[in-house]
Design a protein around this ligand. Sequence first.
Ligand SMILES: Nc1ncnc2c1ncn2[C@@H]1O[C@H](COP(=O)(O)OP(=O)(O)OP(=O)(O)O)[C@@H](O)[C@H]1O
Ligand SMILES: [Mg+2]
Length: 436
Amino acid sequence: MPSSPSSWRPSSPPSKERIQALVDWAFYGGWYDYRRVINGVSRGLNQALDVTQLVEVLVNGVNATMQLRDAALFLAESDGSLTLRGSVGFKEEITSAQVKGDGTLVRFLRSNAEPIETPRLRQALEDDLSAEERALLACDEVRLWLPLVSKEELQGVLLLGARLADELFDAEDHRILGTLAQQAALAAENVRLVEELRHRLAESEEAHQRLLCGREEERKRLARELHDRVVQDLIRLCHQLGTCQGLWKGSPVNERLEATRGEMLRLLDELRRICNDLRPPTLDVFGLDSAIRSHVEAFSTQWSGTIDLDLAKHDKDLPEEVAISLFRVCQEALANVARHAEATRVQIRLSLSLDEVELSIQDDGQGFVVPSRLGLFAKDGRFGLLGMEEQIELVGGRLQVISQSGEGTEIKTQVPLAISRATCSGLAHTQPKVMR
Ligand SMILES: Nc1ncnc2c1ncn2[C@@H]1O[C@H](COP(=O)(O)OP(=O)(O)OP(=O)(O)O)[C@@H](O)[C@H]1O
Ligand SMILES: [Mg+2]
């Protein structure tokens, strides 16, 4: 692009290029080299991946290159209506304009994908305009309309105001702008698709996060229901059976009652274990370190190795969702040790600083080759490590799996406390703290 006279500095010796640039600017107003203009704007359009970049190239770029007083970009929404996405210069009437997707103006611009001057557009659309369309067309500051049409769909429209030097748009300008509009339409379509994709990704990410948060809530609710109803009812029935046994002392019925009571007590233990798995009560009452300690105790009854605990004492309260996520990591990591590691020793470390909590579970087992993404395990129906990662990411933390064949495995998680509070409070509505 030729430079404007403002870049001219008389104090430095004028180079040949600078003199040429000044001449170009003075004679052609910066719009003289068709190919250079198109190439420059095309490059910008090719790189535009969001609306801000598109506005920068089409509104600010074209406005500056063509030396216009004003420019505005309207982009099509999914219902075809046009919304203003960026403008320079224009007054209020433009910036507050709303154009319906099924209206005469949009239909006309879609089927006439050529730059068109305002008087001609007014002539063509005399009748059948809505009040908003009429108001937009009545705006005298708008001199030229550039419909951006791709695949027979109106992707947007670029409105150009008068040139600073008040020259009219000539046939060459129309030709250049027509070519530019075709490229801009493709870029606008791409930006719309990328925006849609981003929006869908964000939506599915949020739905997934809600699902994860909801799963924990559901487990908690189930544990409470089981404990408060089924377990309590079973305890009551056991008492009643005990009373009956007293009445049938010495009778063979008593033996049957005893066997039934034994069976019920076994069932009670099993239910308590399920409740504990669903929601370890120690976590809510005594905090994460106690919950890990009691889980390790239960785990040690089924696993013969040694478990070293280094669970830092702390006075700080952890957000509930962080505590439960770290607990789930510990549960799954120990389950993996028992199933896969062939380890003899495990070390569990929990440390907490002012702004971060860190948990590490390290075994001295056979290790494994960690894939580039834990999601790759999912296609073989292995979800443990991936689930841990998702759970930790949900509270804004990071999970690392450090392992090599023959070198043992370490699962390391770090959760920044400020972020985790912000992240989950937007998702789960009840956020009582787990106090220590
Ligand atoms: N501590 C470990 N030591 C050795 N290999 C491990 C260890 N932890 C995980 N692995 C390996 O990583 C794989 C994936 O673990 P992941 O927990 O995701 O799935 P899984 O345990 O096989 O199944 P599940 O979905 O029931 O958890 C395991 O199959 C195992 O090969
Ligand atoms: Mg597993």
